[in-house]
Each structure stands twice: as structure tokens, then as C-alpha cells.
Design a protein around this ligand. Sequence first.
Ligand code: UDP
Length: 309
Amino acid sequence: MRILVAGAAGFIGHHLAKRLLGDGHSVVGLDSLTTGQPRNVKALAENGKFEFVRGDIAEPISVTGGKFDQIYNMACPASPVDFKHKAIEIMTTCSAGVRNLLDLAHRDGAVFLQASTSECYGDPQVHPQPETYWGNVNPIGPRSPYDEGKRFAEALTTSYRRLHGVSTRIVRIFNTYGPAMRADDGRALPTFIMQALKNEPITVHGDGSQTRSFCYVDDLVDGIVRLAASDYSEPVNIGNDQEVTILQAAKDVVKLIGSRSEIRCVERPADDPERRRPDLARARQVLGWSPKVARDIGFARTIEYFKSL
Ligand code: UDP
């Protein structure tokens, strides 16, 4: 197939493009390099079937070379730190950007897969979160540019399916980690690992009793590829359902590295979700998928990557 991966210089886009190239497909990677890393593109460019196009999906997209069979939209700043400084850019990416890609998919008759997020559930009042839960999102809170942007993107994607018959997929991605993340993106795991490697204090927000469920990136990518190959158009959660407190995740990192870092509890950001764990029943049933990589193995691989930087 000829496949477009928007956001191929980003963490997940990079791994997805690598997997698709490994499966023998031709991949065009489109990225504005706003938060994506040139290092991630360089690694892909070693494969002759990869082409990089620098561009912003929110601007008119000009990619030559024929029709696409599949379009994956992985393009969007995604760290809570970005929600503040890149608020308007995130909302433009999730609206005008998604529309541009949907128009391209409509024109080419391509399958369109939109990367959505567990942030659609906000600070959830249902636990674990099934896809049928509509969420608890503050529309004007500090996380709203991303949360509402992605919710709008889901609505737009669904409208293109209903009105134009575009073959669409929506994946709701839960906290994912692994090599090729940005060391300074502000998210918990890269921050903890970099702090532990330097024997600096580990900055746990609040008392660290809030939970997340961390998924290794290879598991996520496998779920995404399966979803694109299915004909399932409703949203599907992909993540790992092993829930852990942030304090425990910090302790795990310190232990695996053998670091002398102490845990330091610092101020917790507003609207930080209290608990998060995917209900994976739909992914298991529709895709025959479930996560495979245990936390200690995934953490160890990720630590090796950050060490190599
Ligand atoms: N967090 C933390 N210290 C940090 C960065 C994040 O304790 O240096 C917490 C954050 O408040 C949240 C959890 O770790 O409760 C996961 O944050 P992350 O930014 O990785 O992703 P989120 O799930 O919030 O999108």
C-alpha cells in the first residue's frame, strides 16, 4: 500500500511508520517538526520506501506521487506542557488539520485513521473507561485545547463517514511510552527517567496517588495497524490495563536505574485526571488484540534509549 503518516517525526508516528515500512508498504511521512524530532525522521529515511515531506496539516497539503490507500493522523502536540503554550495551534491542528486530511482521504478513497485520546474522558467518573462513556471534560480548563480538540476531531471524522462515506477509524490512545519520546516533553516517564539518570529529585505531582496505565509503544502500534485493517468505525481504546500510581511508577524508574534520586512531591497541575485505565473489552473482541509488554520490560527498554542519548 501507499500510506500517509501525518506526524511521522513524532513519537508514535515514528514507530507506526517504522512498522508499516517493515510490513513492506511505501510511507510518506508528513510533519511540521513543531514537536516532532528530525532524529526520528532520519531513522526512517534509511528505508528507500520512505519519503519525508515537511508541512503542517492545517495548511493546504501538497503531496505528489499518486493516491493513498491509508492515511493515519498522528500529528498533534500531545504533552500536557504543550496544552498551555501551543493551545491555539493544537486546536487548529485538530480542526483545520483533520479536515484537510479527511478531504484527502475522501478524494483518494483512502482509509482514514484518527489518533484520539483517553483525554476525551477528561477526569473520568466511570472506571475503567469504556468507549461508551462520554467523559467529564472541563471545556475551558487548562487541558481543554487538547481534550476538546480531539473530541472535535472525533466528531469531524464521524461526520465525514456519515456524510461522505469516508472509511474512518478512531483510536483512543491511553498513556503510551517508549524509545523516541522527547526527553524534555514534560510527561511523567521521560521526566522521571532523565531526573533519575542525573540523580536529580524526581518531581512527583501532588502525593503521587493519581493513577495511569502505561502502554509500551509496540503494543499500541500493533493495535492501530489492526484497527486500520478492520472495518470498525466506532472508537476503540488501545492501551494497557495495568494501573499504577504515579508514585509507584517513579519508584520503579529509580529502582531500575539504580539511581540515588529522592522523590520530591511538587504542586499538582489543575484538572489533572485522578484515575485512568482503559476498558479493553472492545479491542479484544473486535481486533483480537491485547497488550503484551510488561511494565518492567518496557521501562527498561525506554531507559536504555534515554541513556543512549
Ligand atoms: N506527572 C508528575 N511529574 C511530572 C510529570 C507528570 O507527577 O514531572 C504526573 C501528572 O501530573 C499526571 C501523571 O504524572 O498525574 C501523568 O502525566 P503525563 O504528563 O505523563 O500524562 P497525562 O496522563 O497527564 O496526559
